[in-house]
Design a protein around this ligand. Structure first.
Ligand code: RM4
Ligand code: MN
Ligand code: MN
Length: 431
C-alpha cells in the first residue's frame, strides 16, 4: 500500500458503513442474478479498470479570468505524486500519473523514480507543450509550432518533443500525447492545406523518434485558442494524421473536444472499428472544453461511450487497448475530491456497461425492436451500481466511499500546514 497520510486501517474504520454496504451489495447481487448477471464478474471487471491522473489537475486550475487556489495544494512534482498516490489508494484505480512537460518536468530522475516506487505509482503518457512560450525559449509559438511557416520554429517544436520522449523513456512511459494549439484566428492568416502538411511532416519526425513499443496519441480540438481554424480540428484530421504516421499512431478522444451535439460514442465506435482509438481524456462539458468532472453533465453519454468500449472488450477486438486518462481543470472543487469523484463516475459508467447483455441487444437489433433495444441499454444505465463499484474498490484495498474517508482523514488540513503557498505559484493555469 502506498505510503500516504491515510493509514490503511482508516479505510476499515466504519463498521456501520461496512454493514450497510454488505446488505446493499447482496441485495443487488440477488437482483442481478435474476437478470442473468453475475455481480462478482462485474466487480472483477471494475477491479481491472484503471485510469491515469493528470499531473496538471492536482492543483487548482484557472480560467482566463482568474485562479483561486486552496490551502495545502501541491507545489512540486513530488507533492503532486503524493496526492495522486492517495487518489489511487482510495479508489484502487489510478496507479499512474501523466506528466505535462515542462509544467511538471522532473529535475532529478533518480529521485522521481524513488518517489514513484515508494508511492506505488507508474507513469502514463507524457504530454508536450508548444501552446505556450517558456522562459528562455528563443523563438515564439505565437503563430504556431508544427504548422509554423518558419522552419526554425518547427525545429524548436520538434526538439521539444524529442526532449519529452527522452523524459518518458527515463520514467518508463510508453506513449506521448500531442495536442497542438496551432491554428488561425482570421481567414487568410494561415494556409489551411499548407499548415496541415507541415504538422504532418513534423509529427512524422516525432513518431520516428519514439521507441517501438510506444504509441503516439494525436489529440484533436475544434477551437480555442484558435478561433477560426484549428489545424488538428476534428477526429477526421486526427485520423488522417494517425494513418499517415503508422500503426503506433492513434487518435485520442478528449470528451470536451467536440462541437456541441457531436455524437461522441459514434466517433468512438468508428475509431474502434479501424484500430485507431488510442485513448481518452475524460472530463465533461456543457459548452466547450469546460474540463468539468466526468459524468457531471452528460452521464448517459459517458455510459454510451463505455458501452462501445465494453462491447469491443468483450468481443476481443485484437487491437483493443485504449489508454484511459483524465484531463480536467478543477476551478472550484478540491482537486483530490474532484478526482475521487471522477474515478467513481468512470467506474460506475464502466460497471453499467458491463450489465448490458450484448446477445439480447443484438437480438432486438436484428428483429428491429427499437423499444426493447433501447430498453436493454436503459435498464443497465438506470441500475444503481454503487454497491458494485464500492465492492470493487474494497477488494482492491481502497475505500467504500473515498470522499468520505478523505474528508474524515484531515489530509488537506495537514497539507495546509506542511505546504505553505509557494511565493509564485508553480501550478499551471489550465487552458
Ligand atoms: C488542452 C488539451 C490537452 C491538455 C491541455 C492542457 O485543451 O485538452 O490535452 O494537455 O489542454
Ligand atoms: Mn485533453
Ligand atoms: Mn482540453
Amino acid at each position: 500500500m502506498a505510503l500516504t497520510n491515510i493509514a490503511s486501517s482508516e479505510l476499515q474504520r466504519y463498521p456501520e458503513v461496512e454493514a450497510a454496504h454488505d446488505r446493499d451489495f447482496s441485495d443487488l447481487a440477488e437482483r442481478l442474478q435474476r437478470e442473468g448477471v453475475v455481480a462478482d464478474a462485474v466487480v472483477a471487471a471494475v477491479q481491472r479498470f484503471e485510469v491515469a491522473l493528470p499531473s496538471w489537475a492536482l492543483a487548482t486550475g484557472g480560467t482566463r479570468f482568474g485562479r483561486f487556489p486552496g490551502p495545502g495544494e501541491p507545489r512540486t512534482l513530488r507533492e503532486k505524486m503524493e496526492d495522486a498516490a492517495l487518489v489511487h489508494q482510495l479508489t484502487g484505480a489510478a496507479p499512474r500519473i501523466s506528466l505535462h512537460i515542462p509544467w511538471d518536468e522532473p529535475k532529478d530522475f533518480d529521485a522521481v523514480r524513488a518517489d514513484a516506487e515508494r508511492l506505488g505509482l507508474g507513469f502514463d503518457a507524457v504530454n508536450s507543450n508548444t501552446f505556450q512560450d517558456q522562459p528562455g525559449q528563443s523563438l515564439s509559438y505565437k503563430l504556431g509550432s508544427f504548422s509554423n511557416p518558419s522552419a526554425a520554429i518547427r525545429r524548436q517544436a520538434i526538439e521539444h518533443h524529442l526532449h519529452v520522449i527522452e523524459i518518458g523513456k527515463e520514467l518508463g512511459a510508453e506513449a506521448i500525447t500531442v495536442w497542438l494549439a496551432d491554428g488561425s484566428n482570421y481567414p487568410g492568416q494561415m494556409s489551411l492545406r499548407g499548415s496541415f502538411e507541415r504538422v504532418r511532416d513534423c509529427l512524422q519526425e516525432v513518431y520516428a523518434a519514439t521507441p517501438n513499443e510506444w504509441r503516439v496519441f494525436i489529440e484533436h480540438k475544434p477551437y480555442e485558442p484558435a478561433f477560426y481554424a484549428t489545424v488538428v480540428q476534428d477526429w477526421g484530421s486526427s485520423l488522417v494524421l494517425a494513418q499517415s504516421l503508422g500503426e503506433r499512431a492513434q487518435c485520442l478522444v478528449d470528451l470536451g473536444h467536440h462541437l456541441p451535439n457531436t455524437n461522441i460514442e459514434l466517433v468512438v465506435a468508428r475509431l474502434l472499428g479501424i484500430g485507431k482509438l488510442g485513448g481518452f481524456h475524460f472530463n465533461d462539458s456543457k459548452y466547450g472544453d469546460d474540463d468539468l468532472t466526468a459524468g457531471s453533465i452528460k452521464p448517459y453519454v459517458l455510459f454510451l461511450i463505455f458501452h462501445e468500449l465494453v462491447l469491443a472488450e468483450r468481443e476481443r477486438l485484437p487491437w483493443f487497448n485504449p489508454a484511459y486518462m483524465i484531463d480536467q481543470s478543477h476551478n472550484l472543487k478540491d482537486p483530490i475530491e474532484a478526482l475521487l469523484q471522477t474515478v467513481d463516475q468512470l467506474q460506475q459508467a464502466y460497471a453499467k456497461a458491463w450489465l448490458v447483455s450484448h446477445e439480447t441487444l443484438a437480438g432486438f437489433q436484428d428483429s428491429g425492436d427499437v423499444i426493447m433495444a433501447e430498453r436493454t441499454l436503459k435498464r443497465a444505465y438506470e441500475t444503481d451500481v454503487r454497491p458494485l463499484v464500492a465492492e470493487a474498490r474494497r477488494r482492491r484495498g481502497g475505500a467504500l466511499d473515498p470522499i468520505a474517508v478523505f474528508r474524515a482523514s484531515g489530509y488537506r488540513a495537514q497539507k495546509a500546514v506542511e505546504r505553505p503557498p509557494a511565493p509564485t505559484s508553480a501550478a499551471p493555469t489550465h487552458l
